[in-house]
Design a protein around this ligand. Sequence first.
Ligand SMILES: Cc1ncc(COP(=O)(O)O)c(C=O)c1O
Length: 363
Amino acid sequence: MSYFRRNINEMQAYVPGFQPKEPGYIKLNTNENPYPPAPGVVEVLHGAPEQMLRKYPDPTADVFRRRAAQVLGTRPERILCGNGSDDLLNIAIRSFCGEGDILAFPSPTYMLYEMLTRIQGATPMAVDFPEDFALPPALATTGAGLTLLSNPNPPSGTFVSAEEVSRLAESVSGVLLVDEAYADFAEDNCLALVEEHDNVIVTRTLSKSYSLAGLRFGFAVAQEPLIEGLAKVKDSYNVTSLGIAAATAAIADQQWLKQNVEKVKTTRGRLTAALQGMGFACWPSQSNFVFARVPRGQEAERVFRQLFERKVLVRYFNAPRLDDCLRISVGTDEEIDVLVAALEEILVSQEQTAGSSPTGEQA
Ligand SMILES: Cc1ncc(COP(=O)(O)O)c(C=O)c1O
């Protein structure tokens, strides 16, 4: 006998990328930033006074909201902070979708969307992306209370223009949440849509571009009525005092952010060129990872495992449309050099194995 609700029994758990317990791995599997956070972040954490721990945090994280509003050119009242952007996704789904309601998203995308929908007892409506990951027109007419669009989208890394997203916002019948976890690595973003549309929420995270995945801090930007409604649903103290202080120092240092983002983008170009040189097909990435289909005759899962044996971690998804591909986070240049050397070795050894099979056929 199970004590759980039926939808919890029936759903699959979300499986995050492997987090090794020992050192020595090259970690290109969870889209973390290979560079350290801004120096001010570490200073703030070292100098944290005792009462920061003894007392409850500011429930609305106003210090952060004021700083972020300045940086982003919006108002503090239009910002809601969360324990990572996953927390904000969860709050939005609980706010707009009840049991049996439809929640729409293009697919394939961030797998957590479906899990959060099922936990809520709502019905996920996955609208297939075309092969080039352009926005599927059918997403505009689902009738969903909430539509989620990750832009750039994982695992493809592809980006949909703000003009198209604006048209989508006009067409959907409910709220459109644009998950901009990777927007700092893209050539544009949808933040300005918040001013024009009363049904748009943009979420951001400090986990990727700000190198703070361990801190767990994200924020949503939307017009005041949406922010006020979402605030009713969040936990009272959903971000910590240390988190608020560190996130404020991080967002204040835009120069540090831009410098690291530029480094990641340059290495992304190198990684893409190297993969293409080995016969991989890469989708154009505007994020801090590259999604690549393995060369003809190679098996993505085998390449993934052989990289793992060499302590190089990348992401493999055993799912339709994704299972002949690898998602590779952009590391440092040195890490990418190790990955590329390992891939060259693995591809050659697989070709030799296939060539020496009894039938001589390619795998
Ligand atoms: C599209 C997308 N949204 C949200 C998140 C979660 O971000 P956070 O660390 O802020 O919870 C991720 C993490 O990988 C992601 O890929």
